[in-house]
Write a protein that binds this ligand. Sequence first.
Ligand SMILES: *Cc1c(COP(=O)(O)O)cnc(C)c1O
Length: 353
Amino acid sequence: MTYQGVLSKYGGLLDLPPHTSASAVSLLEGNTPLIRADNLARRLGGGFELFIKYEGLNPTGSFKDRGMTAAVSEALGRSALSVICASTGNTAASAAAYAARAGMKSVVLIPQGKVAAGKLAGAAAYGAKVIQIEGSFDDALTMVIEISNKHPICLVNSINPYRIEGQKTAAFEICDVLESAPDWLCLPVGNAGNITAYWAGFKQYDKLKSTGLPQILGVQAAGAAPLVLGHTVENPETVATAIRIGRPARAEQALQAAQESNGRIIAVTDQEILNMQKMLAELEGIWVEPASAAGLAGLALEIAAMAFNPRGKRIVAVCTGHGLKDPEAITDRMSAPWVVPPKLAALEEIILG
Ligand SMILES: *Cc1c(COP(=O)(O)O)cnc(C)c1O
């Protein structure tokens, strides 16, 4: 049978209301590649297997599509007319795309001046009403919760339980491909929906198929690390805009996932994130947005600090969003291209030195 998206493939394992499946709104999300990254593994010391779960290859360029197909299908199933979300960008683009496909209206609230170009463009292209809040993501989330409590507009942030259900499918896919859970799973943590979903998915699959459980390494950006600091962060700041969140909605569940899995949540600096973004692109040909490199940057830090021994382990790093979402993260820092006259001699001089 041809692939028809995560609800079609795994819907039976997801806790969704009966009205959901009849109305599935799908862009054939999921089924993303798990790519072996031997060059990067060697650079990090070697002796272990490393795989990249390349979630940037989802239809709107991030893993948010897995949860959005569930949340929007559920909303459509009960005849909701519009969806709303607060977003650092990727949720906005995903909500807007799925709402468009469902014939629903979408409203997205973004924090002022903090959204990467490729994400804002996506939301606009899919026809969302884009509203910029003079405040942080956390302020925007508070506002969408209030307005969806007051009006019949469906909230599709990851506090919507169906988002988490849909996002569990990434854990199922990893286990299906590897035929077991990995030893470690590392991923970036912002609002903490994804770490919650992965842990729930791995636990469910282990009960069902004895796939085992990974240890989870959740990674925050140092300027937006409430789960590491143990308190909320009023003005979160990081180049990794997708995880620029100071008050994670699922903080408790993230800490629980780290604790139950015998893993941990750590922070990495922006420089470590950007270095890893370049390393992954240059060594493996995989370009991800900065937030998506945080999980791997955390892994590199743990290995370098000898906080854990990777030898013989199988490690999966979740790369949550595509590099094209945030081209400025590269173009702002790159040196300008060479400029030469259209003369062969000039070209030879540059190429051959
Ligand atoms: C949303 C997002 C995250 C953070 O996921 P949470 O569920 O909020 O923890 C990380 N990376 C990218 C690219 C994202 O879009």
